[in-house]
Ligand binder design. Structure first.
Ligand SMILES: Nc1ncnc2c1ncn2[C@@H]1O[C@H](COP(=O)(O)OP(=O)(O)OP(=O)(O)O)[C@@H](O)[C@H]1O
Length: 268
């Protein structure tokens, strides 16, 4: 198999004095769609923020496209959609301006050329916001903000797309647009890491789910199909590196992709 696009091995991170990630392994191969699942506070956002360097890793190894993350400079290959914020962060800006900012890493000397402007237009079309390009982002609904943030990430034509809860607070129509957008990216070979609370309309796209609990990987394998049930008795149990809580059901099926889905009840 080709070199992983994302590789985390035994990664620890803390926020303030709080240990949040306790030795997680996470891999995404080229063209794979990996969902990062888990309850509130389990460390999902911290994990993706560690991948992109917003949170320093205290220990462990992180590689992006085969390069140690602290030596990785090719950020134009990565598109990141942060957890729900407003698109402008209070700054008056148009939809097109916000989306164009996602192209700057590819633009020479910060100047958008014709190809860059075309990429911005394509990104706006993909998320169904081309007709709002000149509008102020302050006039958008929550779902429309989210579409703009996704278009901003897509404008850079990333090979790796990392999205933190892209469906949170998004209306059904926008969810469907986002699912179609993602399908298109995946069809073009993009690798996607998604933080999700529920698989929802993205379920058919997801190749693998990594479930976190208390900063540990509890499951890495087929996406859980249902909630409220325990893993089957045949599931292989393995203690979690760096997270030795005897009371936790540390289930590490590491099952083959074609194995029976694990019913974990871990998504809430
Ligand atoms: N700045 C911070 N300082 C200290 N602790 C923090 C900080 N930010 C988050 N935490 C804590 O780190 C833990 C993991 O937070 P994180 O946002 O990664 O979880 P999450 O799984 O993404 O949760 P959610 O689903 O609610 O977004 C939580 O217990 C949270 O309270």
């Amino acid at each position: 198999m080709s070199e992983p696009v994302i590789s985390l091995r035994g990664v620890h991170a803390q926020l303030g004095s709080r240990p949040v990630l306790r030795g997680i392994d996470l891999t995404a191969h080229r063209g794979e769609v990996v969902a990062l699942l888990g309850a509130n506070g389990s460390g999902k956002s911290t994990a993706v923020r560690t991948v992109i360097g917003q949170v320093p890793a205290g220990a462990g190894r992180i590689e992006l496209f085969g390069t140690p993350r602290d030596r990785f400079r090719d950020w134009a290959r990565v598109g990141y959609v942060p957890q729900r914020t407003t698109a402008a962060g209070g700054v008056p800006a148009t939809v097109a301006e916000v989306v164009s900012s996602g192209r700057l890493a590819r633009a020479r000397f910060g100047m958008l050329r014709r190809a860059d402007r075309a990429a911005v237009r394509r990104a706006l079309e993909l998320v169904g916001m081309a007709d709002r390009a000149r509008d102020s982002v302050s006039a958008l609904s929550g779902g429309q903000h989210q579409r703009v943030l996704i278009a901003r990430a897509l404008a850079g034509e990333p090979e790796l797309l990392i999205m933190d809860e892209p469906m949170a607070g998004v209306d059904l129509a926008s969810q469907e647009v986002l699912a179609a957008t993602l399908r298109e990216q995946v069809a073009q070979g993009a690798t996607v890491l998604l933080v999700l609370h529920e698989l929802g309309p993205l379920e058919p796209l997801i190749d693998r789910a990594v479930v976190l609990r208390d900063g540990c990987v509890l499951h890495d394998g087929p996406p859980p199909k249902a909630v409220g049930q325990h893993a089957p008795p045949s599931t292989q149990l393995r203690s979690c590196r760096g997270c030795p809580h005897p009371g936790h059901d540390h289930v590490h099926p590491h099952a083959a992709h074609d194995a029976e889905p694990i019913r974990t009840g871990l998504l809430s």
